[in-house]
Design a protein around this ligand. Structure first.
Ligand code: BES
Ligand code: ZN
Ligand code: ZN
Length: 481
């Protein structure tokens, strides 16, 4: 993450200052503003503006007015968006370090900083003159009256996890092949505290993970199966929670080739689900959440090389199920299926998978939310929905009615990997459900809509968004087994 966040313990306010204030209550103002600053502020508060910028040679002051709405989810999001919006003004004045002080009745300093830090994210690795492109803002301090040490530590953990997920999605395939992806996961594991085991191609062959191997047939680079573990001594859950992420480092569609313009050009994002679970593991282990969590990341690219799997092929999956491949572009479900079968060995109390699985998910609700479905109970789903509203990664549930499963039956094999023309997101979910074998409660998140943006949307910067990291962190922080 390119913004340093820490607590400020002094009350001298030497750095540039952002004061969060209710517009109708400026009672705090006399505390430490000069008479002229105060007069300026009071006249400005009467106008229809969101913030006031008071430039000063020694110290600039921003007074950010936050209007309290009735809807808690919208209000928190408005605060994040306000944090993102102030970045432009700070940038105009080349502010590099800023302190946040809360004077609002309701303290939303953490959300404000969240919006600032996420909006300030940049991916500059491939520019020759990186320094010139860097945003001026380097550091945010939160006054100790606005947040506790632990709150700031948790915030930094989840923001770093989100930015790591963004970095991974933003990396092009020319760098991030499946073997390189494993190296990056190991680096992140070392820095944040989770351990990593990697199965290479030979091991994946020995295990007969037929879904992963089939998708990998047309590639030059070998596949990988990554196992990430966070198991603290004080874990509250007896059986682990397992996260699974689709790690297709590039999706050409294979022999069922995608058109190059507008659908293949951004398919470096097809490991977005894997990036989410890696980012979540990073956040969880940095914040030392007292939970035993494992993440599984099956990874390969999907390419139409000479030996590529072909439409009409029948393959045998890791669990022994045979699958007629009718479209090689429906590859995500094949690699996920093997991971979902592998998850059974842990007897997990909950399994959650993240995947940029179907265009149908993106068409259903666009980039403003996440589609989900699953066999987990109502309590888990309600808690997930609550977290979704809190962090503004809102969830919409879709049904797994048995009729959709009928579409996935094949004439010559147990299943086919392609459903009918309608409900493509759900038929993909039904395919995955088969490989859970009903052995554990399961939730599937299709993040094809919000994982990757062609243009920035508020503090969601363009390209990788890291969607799902903040959702998982919030859900697991409140999780009680
Ligand atoms: N990776 C794509 C899905 C995708 C689409 C992700 C748009 C992000 C944005 C996936 O592998 C795919 O190609 N799905 C096909 C499935 C179809 C062939 C059944 C789709 O959705 O068109
Ligand atoms: Zn595909
Ligand atoms: Zn894909």
């Amino acid at each position: 993450m390119n913004t340093k966040i820490s607590i400020s313990r002094s009350n001298k306010y030497k750095d540039d200052l952002i004061i969060l204030s209710d517009k109708n209550n400026l009672g705090w103002a006399t505390d430490f503003l000069s008479k002229s600053e105060e007069a300026f502020l009071k006249s400005a508060a009467k106008k229809e503006i969101n913030f006031v910028f008071i430039p000063n040679v020694d110290r600039n002051v921003v007074v950010q007015f936050l209007k309290k709405g009735n809807n808690a989810s919208y209000h928190k999001e408005d605060v994040r968006l306000a944090g993102n919006e102030i970045l432009q003004t700070l940038s105009n004045y080349k502010v590099s370090k800023v302190e946040i002080l809360n004077q609002c009745k309701e303290n939303n300093a953490l959300e404000y900083v969240e919006g600032m830090a996420l909006g300030n994210y940049q991916f500059l690795k491939y520019f020759k003159d990186r320094k010139e492109k860097e945003n001026p803002l380097q550091e945010i301090k939160i006054n100790k009256s606005a947040a506790s040490e632990k709150e700031v530590k948790d915030l930094v953990s989840v923001l770093e996890g989100t930015c790591e997920a963004r970095d991974l999605v933003n990396e092009p395939f020319s760098f991030l092949t499946a073997p390189q992806f494993s190296k990056e996961i190991q680096k992140i594991g070392k820095a944040s505290g989770f351990s990593v085991q990697v199965f290479d191609k030979k091991k994946i062959e020995q295990m007969k993970m037929g879904g992963i191997l089939a998708v990998n047939l047309g590639s030059i680079d070998p596949p990988r199966f990554n196992i990430l573990t966070w198991k603290p001594k004080n874990a509250k859950n007896k059986q682990p929670i397992v996260l699974v992420g689709k790690g297709i480092v590039y999706d050409t569609g294979g022999l069922s080739l995608k058109p190059t313009a507008n659908s293949m050009d951004f398919m470096k994002c097809d490991m977005g689900g894997a990036a989410t679970v890696v980012g979540a593991m990073s956040a969880i282990s940095k914040a030392k959440l007292p939970l035993h969590v494992i993440a599984l990341v099956p990874s390969t690219d999907n390419r139409p090389g000479l030996n590529a799997y072909a439409p009409g092929d029948v393959i045998t999956m890791y669990d022994g199920t045979t699958v007629e491949v009718l479209n090689t572009d429906a590859e995500g479900r094949l690699v996920l299926a093997d991971a979902l079968h592998y998850a059974k060995k842990y007897k997990p109390e909950l399994v959650m998978d993240f995947a940029t699985l179907t265009g149908a998910a993106a068409r259903a609700i666009g980039e403003d939310g996440v589609c989900f479905m699953g066999t987990a109970d109502k309590k888990v789903k309600n808690d997930l929905e609550e977290s979704g509203l809190d962090v503004y990664e809102r969830l919409v549930e879709f049904p797994l009615w048995r009729e959709y499963g009928e579409q996935m039956k094949s004439n010559i094999a147990d299943l086919k990997n392609l459903g009918g023309p309608a409900a493509g997101m759900i038929t993909a979910g039904k395919f995955l459900e088969h490989f859970t074998g009903g052995e554990y409660p399961w939730v599937h998140f299709d993040i094809a809509g919000p994982a990757y943006l062609k243009a920035a949307n508020g503090y969601r910067t363009k390209e990788g968004t890291g969607v799902g990291v903040r959702l998982m962190f919030d859900f697991l922080k409140k999780y009680n087994s």
